[in-house]
Design a protein around this ligand. Structure first.
Ligand SMILES: [Zn+2]
Length: 232
């Protein structure tokens, strides 16, 4: 079942025709998503619950096949540049009783409004992981990248939400990300990756709310070692 789920995601994402993207199935329980550029990676963490039967109910999350199908549909529309605010109404209803998922979809809607297609894809991918595994993804580097993106659009509320996520999760993320990196070698210098994300957070705390395109891209790719938050 695990493999089937990821093959489903792979098939759906492959159909997007979006910016060249691939999903590499490393084994039955883990995956790494490469997006857009040759440097873009969104590593996903383990999904030990993924063998649980997915339900077809529109009421229950996670393991909801209907929700996964809908996220795939939104991803497809995003890849074509045809994703409108009205397209989110169905998924909003499905996620209405799930605080994490409804919050994420609200952020994705905002990213879509500003035509941040790559980050919409990231957000939908994180939600697919959540729907598939039952665990929210924590990814401080990526949260910081979205902080900068939101600040570019003067969306201070969303920006600060992402900054807060990064800061609150950072310390407990380190050992989980270190273990993940030792297993999958996402980065050759894990300590340098951690330090660079920390530098970004310090810069923001010191009043600098902007970053270069290259820095945002790094945070969203090489700086994104994402793990499932199994404490939730
Ligand atoms: Zn992103």
């Amino acid at each position: 079942m695990k493999q089937a789920i990821y093959i489903l995601i792979l098939a759906s994402i492959t159909l997007l025709g979006i910016v060249a993207c691939t999903l590499q199935v490393k084994d039955n329980a883990n995956s790494t998503i490469n997006v857009t550029s040759n440097k873009t990676e969104l590593p996903s963490a383990t999904n030990p619950q993924a063998n649980t039967s997915m339900q077809d109910s529109s009421q229950s999350l996670p393991f909801n096949q209907t929700a996964l199908n809908e996220l795939n549909r939104l991803n497809h529309l995003n890849s074509l540049g045809y994703l409108n605010q009205s397209d989110f109404s169905k998924i909003e209803k499905m996620f209405a009783n799930d605080t994490y998922a409804s919050g994420e979809i609200t952020e994705i809607e905002a990213l879509s409004k500003y035509h941040e297609y790559e980050h919409v894809f990231h957000g939908l991918s994180f939600l697919m992981d959540y729907v598939t595994t039952g665990y929210p993804v924590i990814c401080p580097g990526h949260s910081i990248s979205h902080y900068y993106v939101y600040m570019r659009h003067n969306e201070t509320g969303f920006a600060n939400d992402n900054l807060q996520d990064a800061e609150q999760n950072f310390e407990r993320w380190i050992p989980m990300a270190k273990a993940y990196n030792e297993q999958y070698n996402v980065t050759a210098d894990f300590n340098a990756t951690v330090s660079r994300i920390q530098d970004d957070m310090m810069n923001i705390e010191n009043g600098n709310s902007t970053a270069t395109d290259d820095e945002i891209e790094w945070l969203a790719t090489e700086g994104s070692i994402c793990v499932d938050d199994k404490s939730k």
